[in-house]
Design a protein around this ligand. Structure first.
Ligand code: G
Ligand code: G
Ligand code: MN
Ligand code: NA
Length: 254
């Protein structure tokens, strides 16, 4: 049983694909973006969770070619939706730190965006706070370069990691994504609602957009909307779905 050997071949064999999870504008309930989520259809084991194979991809370095494939596919898919005349949306792509630290990462991103024909401001790169550990300068500089190109950057799983407010202020971030652990208990747990309120206010002060992740019910949604959270993502609106389902959601948007 060697998942890493199989993963090495998965790209060439076409076993990887992307699902897309909608991001919804809280006030209008309109879909304004999607997060690309990698899936692996293993010939023997069926669907393998990214929680299982992303760490293997990171340890083996396979995340670099796989991540390039994800970026290319996501940009091309978004361009395809646009060519169909659908309302323009932003596609978000998760990046592991190993990808960010490649010396030629900017050229790679530039080339893929150019090839796809997607407008750079329709792409968002999701990074996590842990990307800065030991690499603060390199990653901070990279974010500045991405901002020059109008490519958006979001800080994923915010609040769970290395959250230095000092660092946050200095980063060229477009969006903060509140980790779903806060949303999960926002109406039952003791402090989570206040933490969310603080993050929303902080994002506003720093001129950043704020997204709440893991919204699963109407009560959470209404509460976040009242708190003036910009966007929501979660099973309440939609699970991750195939590209055709995004077409349906966008066609229903008027
Ligand atoms: O979709 P799901 O909940 O199963 O994803 C589990 C984890 O895998 C999430 O933390 C998500 O960020 C990560 N993930 C999904 N797709 C990608 C990808 O293309 N690249 C990287 N680096 N991580 C991904
Ligand atoms: O780490 P990251 O935020 O990239 O992880 C994204 C993952 O979170 C997706 O794979 C998705 O399945 C999961 N997710 C998103 N919204 C919800 C939700 O409302 N409930 C639950 N249980 N998981 C969610
Ligand atoms: Mn993410
Ligand atoms: Na997250």
């Amino acid at each position: 049983f060697s998942l890493s050997n199989d993963l090495r071949k998965a790209l060439d064999k076409g076993e990887l694909f992307l699902d897309y999870m909608p991001r919804v504008h809280a006030q209008s309930m309109q879909i304004v973006g999607v997060e690309a989520l990698l899936r692996w259809n293993h010939p023997d084991w069926g669907l393998v969770s990214p929680a299982e194979f992303i760490p293997i991809a990171e340890e083996t370095g396979l995340i670099v070619p796989i991540g390039e494939w994800v970026l290319r596919e996501a940009c091309m898919q978004n361009k395809r939706w646009q060519r169909m005349g659908l309302p323009p949306i932003t596609v978000s792509v998760n990046f592991s730190v190993q990808q960010l630290l490649r010396h030629n990462i900017l050229q790679t991103i530039d080339q893929i965006v150019k090839e796809s024909g997607l407008s750079p401001d329709r792409l968002e790169i999701e990074i996590t706070e842990s990307s800065f550990i030991s690499n603060e300068k390199v990653v901070t500089d990279l974010l500045l370069e991405l901002r020059k190109r109008n490519i958006k950057v979001s800080l994923d799983d915010f609040g769970t990691g290395y959250s230095s407010l000092y660092l946050l202020k200095r980063l060229a971030l477009h969006t903060i994504k509140i980790d779903r652990s806060f949303v999960e208990e926002m109406l039952t747990g003791s402090h989570n609602k206040s933490i969310i309120e603080c993050i929303i206010r902080l994002a506003g002060e720093l001129n950043m957009q704020v997204v709440a992740e893991g919204v699963e019910n109407k009560a959470q949604f209404e509460c976040l909307r009242q708190m003036r959270c910009d966007e929501i993502q979660g099973f309440y609106f939609s699970r991750p779905v195939e590209p055709d389902s995004i077409v349906q959601l966008l066609k229903n948007r008027t």
